[in-house]
Design a protein around this ligand. Structure first.
Ligand SMILES: Cc1ncc(COP(=O)(O)O)c(C=O)c1O
Length: 378
């Protein structure tokens, strides 16, 4: 199948942006909320890369304040958030598309590609929502397996790209491995490949890196019309349940994908307000980055001490080998379940690896206790 032409990509009429006049949004400061106390019976959820420290205090206050605006559509607040996101990346708000989580945007893109029976190339293992959706709608998904160190095989990808492909999807840092491509290497790949086909770099976990979004590909968007970058407020900003994410792309691409969206109004007033406040809450960002990095370092040190293979992750989760823990016929999932801990096996049907989200200190201590128990207390 041939690549989608730029004409096909841009096909269909332009939609006028709704820009209703609306009062400026001025957050006032309601009383702080009592901290959320999970019920004792709730499991320790370390299976979905949620941020155990979120939402930030500033985000919670903004959510409360936004409730009284719940009777109005939030065009002004939406535009304010888009402007704030764009400014951080040296882009314009015409380069930003908001969604109810980045998943919603991946689905808009998947719909666009799938209905044209497009070819998508990704690594394997990686986050599968987009390629699976494209496949579901009749497109094709080509996979390039990770190298022996569970890292992206960019050379293998370049070889695969000798055949026509419509979109390359790269998750960096990758989920579930947590591995990160060196910035220069990824930048060179994007510059070389983006004139040939579309590229989406999914940066759902980029803010966890020590120098955060400095490693992002977003700056390339302005000069590389076929390059897209997706991000989310679900992970680092601790807003998974609020459902808000965004895409950075050339204005023409945003215009196409916006036709699949409901004027970006799938994002509620409280989610917009929470996102805006979270961008400004640098105390919370520092807390998340340092606590997560500390949990990661301690957990990996323990795995190293036990000689357990695991991937070098700088993010909020670690992928480790399961076999050494189940040699006596034990079941890792059962052992965690008995301790009230939920983790994520990979692949789902025949666990060889377990992806563990980095929880709070006491949660990680409970994880290590279970693993120690499986090793006979050593
Ligand atoms: C790599 C990656 N991309 C996108 C998403 C979707 O996240 P959300 O829809 O919450 O923004 C996830 C969620 O786990 C993810 O891991």
């Amino acid at each position: 199948m041939s690549s989608l032409s730029r004409r096909q990509w841009l096909q269909s009429g332009a939609l006028a942006t709704l820009a209703l006049p609306f009062g400026a949004w001025t957050p006032n400061r309601p009383r702080p909320l009592a901290p959320f106390e999970p019920e004792a019976a709730e499991p320790i959820r370390l299976n979905a890369n949620e941020n155990p420290y979120g939402p930030s205090e500033k985000a919670k206050l903004a959510i409360v304040e936004a409730l009284s605006r719940g009777n109005r559509y939030q065009h002004a607040l939406r535009d304010r958030l888009k402007q704030a996101i764009a400014e951080r990346e040296g882009l314009g708000s015409e380069n930003v598309l908001l969604g109810a989580g980045s998943l919603e945007i991946l689905y808009h893109l998947g719909t666009h590609l799938g209905r044209q029976k497009a070819q998508i190339l990704s690594a394997d293992l990686t986050y599968r929502a987009l390629p699976r959706y494209v496949e579901h709608l009749g497109g094709t998904w080509q996979k390039v397996v990770l190298d022996g160190d569970q890292r992206f095989d960019l050379e293998g990808m370049e070889r695969a790209l000798r055949d026509p492909v419509d979109l390359v999807y790269l998750v960096n840092p990758n989920n579930p491995t947590g591995t990160t491509l060196p910035t220069d290497q990824l930048r060179d790949f994007c510059k070389k490949q983006s004139p040939r086909q579309h590229l989406l770099i999914d940066e759902a976990y980029i803010e966890y890196l020590p120098n955060g979004t400095q490693q992002s590909m977003a700056r390339l968007v302005r000069d590389h019309p076929q390059l897209m970058v997706s991000r989310t407020f679900s992970k680092f900003y601790g807003l998974a349940g609020m459902r808000i994410g965004y895409l950075l792309a050339h204005a023409s691409t945003i215009e196409v994908l916006r036709r699949y969206s409901t004027y970006e109004l799938s994002v509620s007033a409280s989610s917009l307000a929470a996102a805006l406040a979270s961008l400004e809450d640098t105390n919370f960002q520092d807390l998340t980055r340092t606590q997560t990095a500390a949990a990661n370092a301690q957990f990996c040190a323990q795995l190293r001490k036990w000689g357990i293979p695991h991937t070098p992750s700088q993010t909020s989760f670690v992928l480790f080998a399961v076999d050494p823990f189940i040699q006596g016929g034990a079941d890792l999932g059962d052992a965690f379940e008995a301790a009230g801990i939920v983790c994520r096996p990979f692949p789902r049907d025949q666990p060889q690896w377990c992806r563990m989200t980095m929880g709070r200190e006491e949660e990680m201590a409970a994880v290590v206790e279970v693993l120690r128990g499986l090793r006979g207390g050593r």
